[in-house]
Design a protein around this ligand. Structure first.
Ligand code: ADP
Length: 668
């Protein structure tokens, strides 16, 4: 008997809540969001038809509180609950309580959830169904003696896993029997703390494997299909970074064997809904069942792009009692899809998660081949209470090479300002040889981290940055030549004059001397011995993205410049340079520029000239006071020296760039 689902409460937040709400809208189903105190203004709350407050910011007091979620569902007359991923999505107690309350849980039965929540029980069930599991021990006896003996039989290196573990937590390698006991104790402690259960399983540690998983779908009538595989071998510390489908360089026979095993595994446990069977593939070509995830995966969009199927829609239909909409033969795979996970974290600082305000978020447009799944927009916050994922970027193309080009391009169309993030790390990973060649294994990133953290030629990037901000300013001036706003800096249209650019990069101020206009600049940086000529060509611009190419000494550089107020980011194929352009105020307060020429940074009135020719001054002394834009500016000596010339005291108004004082450096 089909149940009718007219309203769904989404027991989750962030991008996945938004994702589920989108399918509800498409299907004409009323969506109900829940939110914690930290999420009052979150996007999922705005997007849903209705939103229910469920408590304090900590997940335990809100998104993980079963009673509050059930109460919210009852109060809002929800027919069903979609758990998303994480939080309560794999919680058998939750599913059972919903069953008792007459609410539909959009997922498999509580019995299957309970079975698969334990890696040990899941492996036993799979062995019964004749699905090959990673060789190891997953027995109930957990005393040290039994485990030490079992470890000896499994052989080294081996992996100790928390049976209740997930998300890459609660796993340790023991390379030899000497390491085993300590690793066991540590895994047990971590398992108890994170999952309130210290049962462990032992597995042979497979060297340099690939992680290939199969998306399965089953209905309550007993039909089971697969929706092809996903390759999630790009991992850092057992956590997925890039996912794609189809898996590159995967032998056809192995691939088909995986599909068969996955469908058999799901059928064996009477699965229903969306599920994922994870396999580990050894270099030998052997593959084994690792675990089953009984929910929608983070990386489900690549499968959606490949098959054109809305997985959330299928989940809802199956939960309502409908049969699967398509048979195995009708499910087609087209082209190639890749997803990257964009995180607020600092790759240069051990990938430390970042929390705070996302000041600006520029994203590629959503199209049929590019998808940006996010639960935040510029002005939102990443809080310490939840996962620091900012968004998922997914692309589709007719083949893998085009998909790689497309996702790289889409990454250069993305700018996140305000928090550390892994955008440039992702750019480098997508350009790394093993990724491009489709041979990456789960150990590669950790083993080659230093290569992925390689740093740029800062001096060159800052030179390009300076030229880029001048080009952007010239371009803006050219758009509205009459606007006084375009002449408020130390520069005027059509005149080659001294132009200074003060950039703050990683907490340090860089004073850059420049001259030139309209794309052709001569730039001198503190570290360079001689000036460099840079010719910039603005190729196109869209909103606050400026695509340009720049030539320095016969070398050509393609860059994208982003700007928002005084914040900028220069984006190259595998690196980004984020900086602040300091304004004239800081420029005048900064005694850093090192020039003997004090020029009016903007048009204004001379209020006072404090020196006369022949005076000796020290770096930092105030030489001239101007009034401009209703503010007083103190222009200071940038070097110590002797005053050579001074503008006439009676000069009232001066234009920008007017030479006011000239001084000669004190001879050593
Ligand atoms: P979790 O449930 O925490 O996600 P999994 O069992 O799915 O843990 O494993 C996560 C990752 O750990 C895998 O994708 C793989 O990279 C690595 N891994 C798991 N088991 C093994 C193994 N036996 N040998 C080598 N690597 C493994």
């Amino acid at each position: 008997m089909n149940k009718s689902i007219n309203s769904i409460l989404i027991a989750n937040r962030g991008e996945i809540a938004c994702r589920v709400i989108r399918s509800c809208k498409k299907l004409g189903i009323r969506s109900i969001a829940v939110y914690s105190k930290a999420d009052r203004n979150a996007q999922h709350v705005k997007l849903a038809d209705q939103a229910v407050f469920i408590g304090a910011a900590s997940a335990a007091e809100s998104y993980l509180d079963i009673n509050k979620i059930i109460q919210a569902a009852k109060n809002s007359n929800a027919d069903a609950i979609h758990p998303g991923y994480g939080f309560l999505s794999e919680n058998a107690d939750f599913a059972r309580q919903l069953e008792n309350e007459g609410l539909v849980f959009i997922g498999p039965s509580a019995t299957v959830l309970a079975l698969m929540a334990s890696k040990a029980a899941a492996k036993s069930a799979m062995e019964k169904a004749s699905v090959a599991c990673v060789p190891g021990y997953h027995g109930e006896l957990q005393d040290d003696k039994t485990l030490i003996e079992a470890a000896g039989q499994v052989g080294y290196p081996l992996l100790i896993k928390a049976s209740a573990g997930g998300g890459g937590k609660g796993m340790r390698i023991a390379h030899s029997s000497a390491e085993f006991e300590e690793a066991l104790a540590a895994t047990r402690r971590e398992a108890l703390r994170a999952f309130a259960d210290d049962q462990v399983i032992l597995e042979r540690y497979i060297e340099n494997p690939r992680h290939i998983e199969v998306q399965v779908f089953a209905d309550q009538q007993g039909n089971v299909v697969h929706l092809y595989e996903r390759d999630c071998s790009s991992q850092r510390r057992y956590q997925k970074v890039i996912e794609e489908t189809p898996a590159p360089n995967l032998d056809k026979t192995i691939r088909n064997a995986m599909f068969t095993a996955a469908v058999e595994a799901a059928a064996a446990v009477k699965y229903s809904g969306a599920g994922t069977i994870e396999f580990i593939l050894a270099e030998t070509g052997d593959f084994w069942f690792m675990e089953m995830n009984t929910r929608l995966q983070v990386e489900h969009p690549v499968t959606e792009m490949l098959t054109g199927i809305d997985l959330v829609e299928w989940q809802i239909r199956v939960a309502a009692g409908d049969a699967l909409p398509l048979s195995q033969e009708e499910i087609k795979a087209n082209g190639h899809a890749i997803e990257v996970r964009l995180y607020a974290e600092d790759p240069d600082n051990g990938f430390l998660p970042a929390a705070g305000l996302i000041k600006t978020l520029v994203q590629p447009d959503n199209t049929s081949s590019t998808r940006f799944d996010s639960g935040i927009i510029g002005g939102d916050r990443i809080t310490v209470h939840y996962d620091p994922m900012i968004a998922k970027l997914i692309v589709h193309a007719e083949n893998r090479n085009t998909a790689i080009d497309r996702i790289r391009e889409a990454l250069t169309m993305t700018w996140v300002d305000g928090l550390s993030n892994n955008l440039d790390f992702l750019q480098r990973l997508l350009s790394s040889r093993p990724f491009v060649e489709g041979t990456i294994n789960t150990a590669w990133i950790d083993q080659n981290l230093s290569e992925l953290l390689i740093h740029q030629d800062t001096a060159r990037e800052l030179m390009l940055a300076a030229a880029a901000v001048l080009m952007q300013q010239d371009w803006q001036a050219a758009q509205a030549p009459a606007s006084p706003w375009n002449t408020t800096d130390n520069w005027r249209m059509g005149k080659t004059s001294d132009r200074r650019v003060l950039l703050e990069y990683k907490g340090e101020t860089h004073a850059i001397h420049a001259s030139g206009t309209a794309g052709n600049y001569t730039i001198t940086t503190g570290s360079a011995e001689k000036p460099s000529s840079i010719s910039c060509q603005l190729e196109r611009s869209s909103s606050n993205r400026f695509y340009f190419s720049a030539g320095i000494d016969k070398q050509n550089f393609e860059r994208v410049l982003y700007c928002h107020g005084s914040r900028f980011c220069l984006v190259a194929a595998t690196q980004r340079t984020s900086f602040t352009r300091l304004g004239w105020q800081s420029a005048t307060d900064h005694a850093l520029i090192g020039s003997g020429k004090i020029i009016a940074p903007m048009p204004g009135n001379i209020i006072e000239i404090k020196v006369r020719a022949g005076d000796s001054v020290n770096k930092g002394d105030v030489l001239v006071i101007m009034e401009a834009m209703k503010m007083e500016l103190s222009l200071r000596a940038e070097i110590s020296g002797e005053i050579i010339s001074v503008i006439d005291q009676s000069t009232g108004f001066v234009n920008a760039d007017t030479l006011l004082v000239e001084l000669e450096a004190t001879k050593a």
